[in-house]
Design a protein around this ligand. Sequence first.
Ligand SMILES: Nc1ncnc2c1ncn2[C@@H]1O[C@H](COP(=O)(O)OP(=O)(O)O)[C@@H](O)[C@H]1O
Ligand SMILES: [Mg+2]
Length: 276
Amino acid sequence: MAYTIEVDGLTKAFGDTRVLDGIDLHVEAGEVLALLGPNGAGKTTTVRILATLLAPDGGTARVAGHDVTRDANAVRAAISLTAQEAAVDLVLTGAENLRMMARLRGVKQTVADELLERFDLVDAKDRRVEKYSGGMKRRLDLAMSLVVKPQVLFLDEPTTGLDPRSRRAVWEAVQTLADEGVTVLLTTQYLEEADRLAQRIAVIDGGRVIEEGTAQELKARLASEVLEIHFADKPSVRVPVNEPGDVRRALDEHLDAERIELHQPSLDDVFLAVTR
Ligand SMILES: Nc1ncnc2c1ncn2[C@@H]1O[C@H](COP(=O)(O)OP(=O)(O)O)[C@@H](O)[C@H]1O
Ligand SMILES: [Mg+2]
């Protein structure tokens, strides 16, 4: 079957530093994939290559059926990107930013008004963006990338630095797009965000995809259960439990344990285990 995003063995080095070391990704039409990884894992580099902003050294990447190197223009026509750094003009108002984008993309000005409404920016539309909160800027940024509804949307850390309320607003916007059938690749450092928005999660670390699957599959792959050991005078620790002897071994190692609990593994456990 043809994937909407198909990445095989993608490599990229900056100078002597190999930042991408053979990335493989396959995203179906209408799917939301979260690229989850710590700072410096190679998330932005991957997104920049897929959005044709950066040339890869090796491997292949196809987006919406087009090769990002050979058919960059066709890829650009099919995608939209909300970058990690805001791409809005700070001295313009929200409405002016959107109307300018509508003019550039050759769509009706009413699209700008619809987007202001949809992203809860009507009250702020005539204020300069430099006066916006972080959450408002992010919502405007997202609105800007949707002036023309893309086939594929790349979101690079869409909620990093946002307060919980703004984060929820962005999540709802992404969810709506996904419901409309837009294929989304989002990067995040937040497990909660990956779990909430994405059908599948690819964990990236050291320039490679080291785990991939649904949140459930990732949890199941880690361990059947996790033992949480509490102490009187230091932070608790979590230990994966795969076979009966594991509990005894963990307790033998932590004779000063005060209390223990058995849990289903959380996505945090998965993340810590695979990126350690
Ligand atoms: N243009 C560049 N020149 C040199 N090094 C870079 C450049 N862009 C990114 N890097 C390095 O590549 C690594 C991965 O960066 P990046 O893709 O931004 O990671 P992430 O988005 O996951 O935090 C980091 O070590 C970063 O410093
Ligand atoms: Mg980044």
